[in-house]
Design a protein around this ligand. Sequence first.
Ligand code: F6R
Length: 263
Amino acid sequence: MAEVIIVRDPIEAGRVAAAIFAQQIIANPATVLGLATGSTPLSTYAALATMVREDSIDVSRVRGFALDEYLAVPPEHPESYRSVITREVVEPLGLIPEHVFTPRGTGPDITRAGAEYEAMITEAGGVDLQILGIGSNGHVGFNEPGSSLASTTRIKALAEQTRADNARFFGSLEEVPTHCITQGLGTILRARQLVLLAFGTGKARAVAAALEGPVSSAVPGSVIQQHPRATVIIDEDAAARLVHAEYYRHAWRSAQDLLPVDF
Ligand code: F6R
C-alpha cells in the first residue's frame, strides 16, 4: 500500500514532494527523474526550484524523462509538453536542456517513437523517481481507462473527458489534440519510486478508486497499489472520498514521530 499524506493545500503538498525530490538528488546527483506536466506538479516544481537555489543543490547531472507528449503538435508549440517541461522544470531548476527528454510526437516513422523512448529510458538506467498526477477519469500519464497494466510507451487516443479537462490550456476544445504518446503503465511501474499528487474535489472520486478500489485497467491510477515504493500526497478535497483517511493521517503522524523529517 502506498503511503498516503493528506495535507492542507497544494503549496504544502509541493513542499513535501519537493523535499523527497531534493533528498533523492542530493543522495544521487545523477538521478533520473520522471516528469509529469499539467497543473498538479507545478507547486512541487516551484518548491524544488527554491530548494535547489537556496541549498545550492547540484543538478548538473540530473536527467529527466517526461511522461507524455501530444501527437502531431510541434515541439515549439507553447502547449507541447516539450515547451511546458522547458518552462516549468528545465528553466526554473536550471537543468541542462539536453538532459531532459519528451517522447517524440512528430517526425517520420511515428509508430516507432514509443520503442525509441523505452530504449532511451533503459539506456539512462531507468527512472529513479517519478512524479505523477491523476486525471479525473483515473488516468496516469495518458493511459486512459482500459489501458493494459503492462503497457509500454505508445500512441493512445485521448478520452473526451481528458480533452475537455485540458481545453483550458488551448484556445478551444477543437484545438486540443486527439492523440498522444505516453509512457505505459508498465513503464511507470518500472520507476524505482513514485510520488502521486492530486488536488481538489474533481479528483476525489479518481483518488478513492485508485487507492482503495480494485487494481484494474478501468482505473489506471490503481497500478500504484502494485508499486513497492509509492507516496501519495493529496489535499483534503481530493481525500474527501477515502474510507481510510483517518488511518492514513494516523500513520503519517506516527511516522513523523518515529522519524522526524523536516518538511
Ligand atoms: C501529464 C499527465 C496527466 C496529468 C493528469 C492531471 O503529464 O500525464 O496524467 O497528470 O491529466 O492533470 P492536471 O494536473 O492538469 O490536473
